[in-house]
Design a protein around this ligand. Structure first.
Ligand SMILES: C[S@@+](CC[C@H](N)C(=O)[O-])C[C@H]1O[C@@H](n2cnc3c(N)ncnc32)[C@H](O)[C@@H]1O
Length: 569
C-alpha cells in the first residue's frame, strides 16, 4: 500500500452507487496520502490515530473491507491503551503514542487528556467500522466486489518460470509417489513388476492458445496456465493423488449449524482442525467454534493457508504471496458481482489467528489485511469442497475446466482432503487435461453452463464443447455427435504450432467466488463416480483403510501393470 500506483489502475472494491461522485480529480492526492499514511504506520505501528487516518483514506478510495480492518486495528490499540491506563493511571502514551510509559511522577490533568483522546479515537475507529459495514446494524457484514489491489507488485501478479519448473517437479514427484504406492499395494497382492513413473501432467503457459505479443514481447495469455498430458494415457488411469496442507473443516459441534445442514455431519477427525504436530497454544478450535456451517471450513482454510506461509518462511522478511503454494494460484476478480464480507470471518478471525501464531499484526506489513483479502481471492477461485472440508489442492488447482472433461476428480476416503484424479477418456501426449468445475450443469445447455461458470470465469468458457456449440448456434443444448466432440478435443492440443495458429483465442480472468462443485443429479460417467463420495459420507461408510481405490483389472480378472502403465516408458 506504500507503493504509489497509477490512478488508471484504481479499481474500487465498493460496489458502484449512483450517488458516488467522480473521484478522478482527487485520486492523485488520495494515492499520495495513502502512501504517506502507510509509511507513517510502518514507523509507528502502535499509534491508533494513524490507523484511523489511513482507514478514512481507504474509505474515500472506496475500499470498505480495508477501511473496516484499519478501524478494527485502531480499536484494538485504543482498547489496549485504555485498559493499561485503567489498571494503573500512571500509564500514559509515550511520544507519538508509539508505546506506553510509566509516569512515576504522579497523575496530572494531562493524563485525563490522553484518556479523552483515546476515547475519542476509539469512537472514530468504531464509526469507521460501522460506516463501511453496509448491512450494519442487522448484520456485521459489508459489501464489496473482488478486485486486484492496484498496489500489488508486478512480481505478485505473475507466475515466473522458476515457479512453473518447481510445480513440474511436483507433477513428476506425484507420479513417482503414485507408483510407489501402487507398488506397495500390488506387492501385497504379489503381482508387481517394477516400472518407472514419468509425470502424467506438465504445466504450460498459453493454455487456451496465444494472444498477440505487445511491444515488450509479452502476451497476456502466457499467464493462463494449464496442465497437458506428458505421455499417452489410457482411459481409467489414476494419474494423481493430490494431497494438501491448505484445508478447513466444519463441525461437529453442539449446535446443528456447526455441521452440514442436510446431514448434520461434521469432521470426525478428533485432532482437526489442528495438526497432530501443533501445540495447545496453536489450537484453532476457536475458529470453528466462532463460525457456523460452511463458513467454518472457509475461515479455517484461510487461517491454515496463513499459518502455512508463516511456518514455512521468515514472516518478518518473506511475503505470504511469495509462498509457492499461494503464488501458483490464479485469483478471482469478478467484474461487477457484489459479494459480502464478514467482519468476524474475513477481518477479526484472520487478525487473531495471525496474532496467535506470533505475528505482530500492527508492525508486520507483509500480513496487512489487503494481503489477507488477496490471498482469499486466490483461495476462493481454486478451492473445492466436500460435505465437511474446503481445500485447495496444489496440483489440481492448475487444471482448467472443460464441459467435456477427460479427467475426473474424487476425494480419497481415508483423509478426505486428498484428491484422486483419473482419466475418463484416452488422452494423447500434448492434449490438455481438463476437469469439470461444476458437475451440476454438465448436461445443461450452453447458456446455463455459461451462467454457472461465471463464478470462476470473467469470459465465456473456452472449452471446445462450448466453442463448438456456439459456432453451431446450439445455445439450447442440442446434442452434438461424439465424433464432432473428439475433433474439438484434438484442437486443444498444446503443441507450439497449433498455439501459434491460434492467435485469436484469449484468456479469461476468473470471477469465481465459490468452491468447485460435485455433481448430484446427472447420470453421466463423470457425475456417477463423483457422487460416490457423497453417498458414502451420508451412509456413514467411511473406511479408514481405504487409502487407494481398487486398480482396474483385465477381463480375466488379473491386474496387468503393463496395461495400466502402457503409456509410460
Ligand atoms: C483453477 S484455475 C486453473 C488454472 C489457471 N488457468 C491458471 O492459470 O492458473 C481457474 C482459472 O482458470 C481459467 N479457466 C479455467 N478453465 C477455463 C475455461 N474453460 N475457460 C476460460 N477460462 C478458464 C479461469 O481464469 C479460472 O478462474
Amino acid at each position: 500500500m506504500d507503493r504509489p500506483f497509477d490512478p488508471a489502475d484504481w479499481q474500487p472494491t465498493k460496489p458502484p452507487d449512483p450517488r458516488d461522485k467522480d473521484l478522478e480529480p482527487e485520486l492523485p492526492g488520495l494515492i499520495a496520502t495513502l502512501g504517506a499514511q502507510t509509511e507513517r504506520i510502518y514507523r509507528q505501528p502502535y499509534n491508533p490515530s494513524y490507523w484511523v487516518e489511513r482507514g478514512k483514506t481507504l474509505q474515500r478510495l472506496r475500499y470498505p473491507e480495508l477501511a473496516v480492518a484499519d478501524g478494527y486495528k485502531a480499536s484494538l490499540l485504543c482498547g489496549a491503551a485504555i485498559d493499561l491506563s485503567i489498571e494503573d493511571p500512571r500509564w500514559r502514551l509515550g511520544f507519538g503514542a508509539g508505546f506506553q510509559v510509566l509516569d512515576e511522577s504522579g497523575t496530572t490533568d494531562e493524563q485525563s487528556d490522553v484518556k479523552g483522546w483515546l476515547d475519542r479515537l476509539s469512537s472514530q475507529a468504531e464509526q469507521l467500522v460501522i460506516d463501511n459495514l453496509y448491512y450494519f446494524p442487522q448484520y456485521m457484514h459489508g459489501r464489496n466486489v473482488r478486485k486486484g489491489y492496484p498496489w500489488l507488485s508486478a512480481k505478485h501478479r505473475v507466475r515466473d518460470d522458476d515457479l512453473i519448473e518447481k510445480i513440474n517437479g511436483e507433477f513428476a514427484e506425484s507420479a513417482r509417489w503414485l507408483e510407489t504406492e501402487c507398488a506397495k499395494y500390488l506387492r501385497a497382492r504379489d503381482k508387481l513388476k517394477a516400472e518407472s513413473a514419468g509425470p502424467y501432467g506438465i504445466l504450460q503457459r498459453h493454455a487456451f492458445g496465444r494472444t498477440p505479443v505487445d511491444a515488450d514481447g509479452n502476451s497476456s495469455s502466457s499467464e493462463v496456465l494449464g496442465v497437458f498430458a506428458a505421455c499417452d494415457i489410457r482411459k481409467g488411469k489414476l494419474i494423481m493423488a493430490d494431497d494438501t496442507r491448505l484445508w478447513g473443516c466444519m463441525g461437529p459441534g453442539s449446535h446443528p449449524s456447526d455441521a452440514m445442514p442436510s446431514t448434520k455431519l461434521g469432521c470426525q477427525d478428533p485432532t482437526h482442525p489442528n495438526l497432530a504436530t501443533e501445540t495447545a497454544a496453536q489450537n484453532l478450535r476457536w475458529v470453528r467454534d466462532v463460525s457456523s456451517g460452511r463458513s467454518a471450513a472457509q475461515n479455517l482454510l484461510r487461517c491454515r493457508s496463513l499459518i502455512t506461509c508463516i511456518s514455512d518462511t521468515d514472516p518478518t522478511k518473506d511475503h505470504p504471496l511469495d509462498h509457492p503454494l499461494i503464488a501458483r494460484l490464479t485469483p478471482s476478480h469478478p467484474s461487477t458481482k457484489a459479494t459480502t464480507f464478514s467482519f468476524d470471518g474475513d477481518i477479526v478471525t484472520p487478525i487473531h489467528c495471525l496474532q496467535q501464531f506470533g505475528i505482530d499484526v500492527f508492525a508486520n506489513a507483509n500480513c496487512d489485511t489487503w494481503v489477507v483479502f488477496t490471498l482469499e481471492s486466490r483461495l476462493r477461485n481454486n478451492s473445492w469442497s466436500n460435505p465437511v472440508h474446503k481445500c485447495v489442492s496444489p496440483l489440481f488447482s492448475l487444471f482448467n475446466h472443460s464441459c467435456d472433461p477427460n479427467v475426473t476428480w474424487n476425494v480419497q476416503y481415508a483423509d478426505t482432503t486428498t484428491l484422486e484424479l483419473d482419466t475418463i477418456k484416452a488422452v494423447k501426449k500434448g492434449e490438455q487435461l481438463f476437469v469439470m468445475y461444476n458437475g451440476y450443469t454438465c448436461d445443461q445447455p450452453l447458456e446455463t453452463r455459461r451462467t454457472a461458470l461465471r463464478r470462476w470465469f470473467d469470459t465465456d468458457c473456452q472449452c471446445s464443447l462450448c466453442k463448438h456449440e456456439e459456432a453451431n448456434g446450439l445455445y439450447g443444448g442440442t446434442e452434438i455427435k461424439d465424433a464432432e466432440r473428439r475433433e474439438g478435443d484434438r484442437s486443444e492440443s498444446s503443441s507450439e504450432e497449433e498455439d501459434d495458429d491460434d492467435d485469436d483465442e484469449s484468456s479469461g480472468d476468473s470471477d469465481g467466488s465459490d468452491s468447485l462443485l460435485h455433481p448430484s443429479a446427472c447420470e453421466c460417467e463423470f457425475c456417477i463416480s463423483s457422487r460416490e463420495f457423497f453417498e458414502r459420507v451420508r451412509n456413514g461408510e467411511w473406511r479408514a483403510d481405504e487409502t487407494l481405490r481398487e486398480f482396474p483389472e483385465d477381463e480375466d480378472g488379473s491386474f496387468d501393470p503393463e496395461m495400466d502403465c502402457a503409456s509410460m516408458e
